[in-house]
Design a protein around this ligand. Sequence first.
Ligand code: XUL
Length: 526
Amino acid sequence: MSASLYAGLDSSTQGLTAVVVRVEGRRREVVWRDTVSYDRDLPSYGTRHGVLAHRDPRVVHAPPLMWVEALDQMMARMAAGLGPERSRLAMIGGSAQQHGSVYLNASGLARLAAPDAASPIAAQLEPGFSRHTSPVWMDASTSEDCAEIERALGGPRAAAALTGSRIYERFTGPQIRRFWRTEPDAYDATARVHLVSSFLASLLAGRDAPIEPGDGAGMSLMDLSAGAWSASAVAATAPGLATKLPATAPSATVIGPLSRYWVDRYAFTPDTRVLEWTGDNPASLIGTGLVGEGRVAISLGTSDTIFGAMDAPRVSPDGTGHVFGSPAGAFMGISVFRNGSLARERVRDMFGLDWDGFSRVLRSSPPGNRGGVVLPWFEPEITPVVVRSGWRHRQIDTRDPAAVIRGVVEGQMLAMARHSRWMGVAIEEIRATGGGSANRELLHVMADVFNARVERFDVTNSAALGAALRAMQADTGAAWDDVLPGFVEPIVGGTVEPNPAAADVYARLALEAEAFERAELAHAEQ
Ligand code: XUL
């Protein structure tokens, strides 16, 4: 049996990661991986942590051209890294940060199709944008637009029943509405609004790619159960939008062969096909092996997320969390926390520590933080919605690194436990992924707060791995249970069991943290 290679790319907030897997019968291995960091490798765009500074902290954009250039760099590196083996590359899949949108004018749409392999794709595409910066998932500037769309759809519950979520600031629909309201001429000049995922897939395939319903569910424009645009949500968002959206297409849709640009420029083979891209969270669902209901994963990344597969779209009654589509069919439930790794980094830096020092402080301080609680809302928070940022604390000596660092980590884990109850999953095992999952001390707090066993997975970028496995599945037509073994395996010796005494402490602290959060939210509304 001859070997096949599958590539998965993940365009995340801070960089573009690729994972290439090789499959030869039962022999399976990750053969190549690499990351292009936006701040480090593409400094001319002036991003910090992959986004652009703005005088209004609620506005968070990134340059779409930077994503194009990162893709070009990555494909050059991949061609060199795989060498002659790239002739075996059967399919490329991908995922991207969710909700972010890319706005092309008519020339941009045409330019997608036929870039000239003799010069870099970014320069050829540059005149094709009707909006030069793209709002991303960290943007919280659209409260007014959310309220208007929600009202038109009959309120938050009706909006959630239709689309899977109430209307959130970072979702693509309200972002499009704000663009139409504030820059109507540029909106009129827009021929196509892509998600980051469908935009990058379009570049690989050299044609206008469809939107995958798992990722499309993060737009507030899709009828979740149908996996297709909702006429009422589209009409409630902006005039003329229906013609500016790409088509939606089921998750395993192969868009076509790799475009001539990549074949001619980097000697990839024209037989390599491109799979529709999805969002990073739906891809992570696959990359952590959650193809059936019952377990959850926690990803500790720029955003912290807790998610799991769902057989039916049970939306949360209080509007917390979202239901997206799953690339394995059915659905996924997810709660997203904006103050993830950057909040941890912030308190680490507050005391001039490195990650070892951060872990030491966690190890040497008592679970429960002597009753101290932190709500780590350094930046506007998504879950629960907090637009005016500022961290809140109770019984914390803010000069004490142990109290502050433990307070933030416990505050994050307690919030994830509290705001995932709506999914209705009895959590006995958590699959930890994302960069932060390499830190064992964080996993101890996670295991104790959830009173559940935590398993670590080898490839910290579960989204890129999930994207590669989606490509393998689409190419071979294999059942998911046959795709995962050999790739999605817990690290031997990486299991963290809960400590019953600490779990008791957290069961009590959870009630206090919940009451503190309720009081702070009520205070913020006054
Ligand atoms: C999901 C979300 C984030 C981004 C991060 O709703 O906003 O997890 O997908 O890339």
